[in-house]
Design a protein around this ligand. Sequence first.
Ligand code: C5P
Length: 368
Amino acid sequence: MSVRAILTEGGRHFVTALSIGSLTGDKVYQELFDLTTEAEMGHIALSRSADLVVVAPATADLIAKLASGLAPDLASTALLATDKPVLLAPAMNVRMWNHAATQRNVAALMADGIHVVGPNDGEMACGEFGPGRMAEPDEIADRIASLLGAETLLSGFKALVTAGPTHEPIDPVRFIANRSSGKQGYAIASALAQAGANTVLVSGPVELAPPPGVKLVKVETARQMWSACEVELPADIAVCSAAVADWRPVNAANAKLKKRDAVPNIALTENPDILAGLARHGAKRPSLVIGFAAETDDLIANAKAKLASKGCDWIIANDVSTGIMGANRNRVHLLSASGTDSWPEMSKTDVATRLVARIAEKLGKHAA
Ligand code: C5P
């Protein structure tokens, strides 16, 4: 494996380019505008030439720059320009790590599909104790190996993911919706694409950036979502994480309903069940169909019933009574014919990575 290093101005206070260069056996890149010949690698080529970009240590400042899309130096420019997976190993003072701004920035980056390892609890260079210590080199190396190994895990497979809520119009300005943020579905689509699957994400209205390498099809209603999914068949894997509205108004009014008129009586009718439709599609049924069960009570019992009634292979059950919707972390249980596997609480990105590893295992592919 070859490693190319970028050394930031802050980093130069701790290590020299000479010592880094003697480890990588390559030029150490430092300045945005220090190229002397065309043959040398510019920041765009530099960011694209790698299979993976690792930031270790990732400071609060660099994390903030990346979260807001700022690119004042070579490292931040390369990070903004890359189309490859990015892994951050944060390291900073405990108060800086716990600061609302840092937490907000890390959450935003994770929602964008950026991977984060650590930080760990422990004693820091400044003498304080708590979370902020960079993950151990072995942990970072393990994450690198799994991210690189995952790259071709699902190549040759086509994956279809639904995400977000649907909006069911009442009139031109009003609709029925729900609190789904789409974060878990977007993270899954991103992880599937990073694992090499040809991934199509059919998404209801959400405030999220399209995951890199994914074909995004935007829809509003359940019926549009179903048509968009059918067009994409055949597929090998279907992950239905969308919170599809169960009902829609029978007739959406063509003009805005007026408050001065009588309180409207909105007749509802059932929407197509996309998960059940895919699971019972006959010849075009994806070989692995995965649904979600978002429940506020009797989680496992309800999820088991859903596994049977929908005809899917797996159900990912999560308790949504605890503010999971819209959050960045999740605690899920994977239910299949062979039993229930309960995962510890983790980020939605990590849930996605773990799910993709399970999918690859099921389809007969294993990480190196
Ligand atoms: O029936 P319920 O909505 O609780 O089931 C949740 C699962 O079914 C999720 O995977 C969701 O994406 C899927 N679903 C669907 N189409 C519907 C309703 C739910 O695909 N109309």
